[in-house]
Design a protein around this ligand. Structure first.
Ligand SMILES: [Zn+2]
Length: 529
């Protein structure tokens, strides 16, 4: 009797693997939407476009580019990405209201057939009662109306019952059937608040796949979007994949609202590395672009990656224990489950030196993914020469840090010309600053300031010159590359009044100069707004 049962199970598993071999997982990257939504991450148009170009090289299937109804800036960035990025589907998010859906439709229009509108409406009891004040019938009616409207504006429509993991499963079935009939090709079941646990969430997906005929037949796709409030975003996404989900929504470095989203690099590498477990599931992501993508997003969003972060953290492949090192040298697989080269570690190019010419710098900038005008390349090259005199090697990370100050949409109003600081344990820190005014009446202005420390003194002197005093809300300093001559990169968040924070970045071998550059970068950005 027992033997019989065993045989049956074996056959079942075999069949499952056979079917799974053909399955492809669609990767929807929402770094530019959910990722950008988190506090302190705001990117400007140029930065978003740079990230979108990298996502294209990473070969994600869908780029969720933003939330067009949120602001004019969001609308323009989605529209620009839809126009410029050719290949992936370009998706725009919309609440289930006509104004949002129309804005999303207009923003993705330049993408033509590759444009997608993603409509969401909360379905859980708690959201129905306390947020929306609407009954199930009303929600159902609104969802269908919203999807129909979206379908009239774009071929490709996705619908999300927000807070799906806390919604009654039978209602999810009802909503899914209705929105699919109205034209949605993808139904996404978000774990909006990070409430789910893998087994339970996997079972929910399994139930939905069985209960909705279009999911069973493949006429409509099941998607998941998991948040990391309990650190389970990736685990929940993978549990869902094992039970029938075919689209995973995720972000680079796992950035996103609150504790973030499922990390793209972890989802992709789990599927690849544990091919033995996940059967033939795979995705089109070019894993060798992962580390580059991670660094770019960290830079552009100003959200640093923790050292021990899986796949992309500085320590992810660093083996400090002697026993491990010995094992790795004898056979890599003893302690390393992935080849770091496969995710883009290691293969760095030869660093540039002060002898490198403008053509070499320009070529490297293009290789790093930056599209810059001649004038912009010239400005970066001038800074490169300054740095090259102080530092033996200029690494790709150094160059990227230099570019940051140049990635603004409007010409700079102020540029740093001269900085002299005196400080010590028995002197009053004093800074003398000369700025070039580049906009309007071009002139050089000079003043001095004193402060609590040399950075404070330099910023006070800048305030006196620009007549735009700011309150420094956040300050961080990190070494861009290795060694004592490493470039220091400063990120600041400044409040110039009105409570809205403006970010600024600057890099130099001198940390006080980097601070002054970062602060000026924020001044220029605030003037551009
Ligand atoms: Zn989300």
């Amino acid at each position: 009797m027992q033997i019989e049962i065993k045989i049956k199970i074996k056959i079942k598993i075999k069949i499952r693997i056979k079917i799974m071999k053909k399955e492809r997982i669609i990767i929807l990257d929402t770094t530019l939407r959910d990722g950008e939504q988190c506090p302190g991450a705001s990117m400007n148009l140029r930065e978003k476009l740079t990230v979108a170009r990298q996502l294209l090289r990473l070969k994600v299937d869908v780029i969720e580019a933003g939330f067009p109804a949120a602001s004019n800036g969001d609308f323009v960035s989605v529209q620009t990405i839809a126009r410029e990025i050719k290949g992936p589907v370009i998706c725009a998010l919309a609440r289930c209201v006509p104004k949002d859906i129309d804005a999303a439709g207009a923003a993705v229009k330049p993408a033509g057939k590759r444009g997608r509108i993603h409509v969401f409406l909360a379905t859980s009891k708690i959201h129905r009662e306390f947020k929306l004040g609407k009954a199930r019938d009303e929600i159902l009616r609104l969802a269908v109306e919203g999807v129909k409207r979206a379908k009239s504006l774009a071929d490709d429509v996705e619908f999300s019952p927000e807070d799906a993991s806390r919604t009654e499963p039978d209602f999810l079935v009802e909503v899914s059937k209705a929105v699919i009939a109205a034209g949605a090709a993808t139904v996404n079941f978000p774990d909006t608040v990070g409430w789910a646990v893998p087994e339970e969430y996997g079972m929910l997906i399994k139930y939905l796949c069985a209960a909705v005929p279009e999911f069973r037949s493949g006429a409509a796709m099941v998607s998941v979007h998991c948040h990391n409030d309990l650190g389970l975003g990736v685990a929940n996404s993978l549990a869902a994949v094992a039970q029938g989900a075919r689209q995973v929504e995720c972000t680079i470095n796992g950035i996103g609202e609150r504790a973030g989203n499922a990390a793209l690099e972890e989802v992709v590498m789990a599927l690849r590395t544990r091919r033995d477990f996940f059967g033939g599931f795979d995705c089109g992501v070019n894993s060798r672009e992962i580390v580059k993508s991670s660094r770019l997003v960290a830079r552009m969003s100003g959200l640093a990656v923790q050292r021990s972060k899986a796949i992309v953290g500085e320590n992810a492949f660093a083996h400090s224990s002697g026993i491990h090192q010995d094992g790795i040298l004898k056979k890599r697989e003893t302690y390393e489950i992935m080849d770091p080269v496969e995710v883009g570690w290691g293969g760095t190019e030869m660093p540039l030196t002060k002898h490198s010419g403008r053509a070499a710098v320009s070529a490297r900038l293009r290789h790093l993914g930056f599209q810059m005008s001649e004038a912009e390349v010239a400005a970066v090259f001038a800074r490169f020469k300054e740095i090259g005199d102080k530092k033996k090697f200029v690494y790709d990370d150094d160059l990227t840090a230099l570019v940051e100050g140049q990635i603004t949409e409007v010409p700079e109003t102020w540029a740093l010309d001269y900085l002299n600081v005196t400080s010590g344990n028995r002197t009053v820190p004093t800074a003398t600053v000369r700025l070039q005014k580049l906009a309007g009446k071009k002139e050089a202005v000079q003043d001095a300031g004193i402060g609590d420390g040399p950075v404070d003194a330099a910023l006070k002197a800048i305030d006196r010159l620009t007549h735009r005093p700011g309150k420094l809300m956040d300050y961080s300093l990190r070494a861009v590359s290795q060694g004592k001559d490493a470039l220091g990169e400063v990120t600041v968040k400044v409040d110039f009044g009105g409570g809205k924070m403006v970010a600024g970045k600057g890099a130099s071998t001198d940390v006080i100069e980097a601070s002054a550059r970062a602060y000026l970068n924020a001044v220029n950005r605030s003037l551009a707004k």
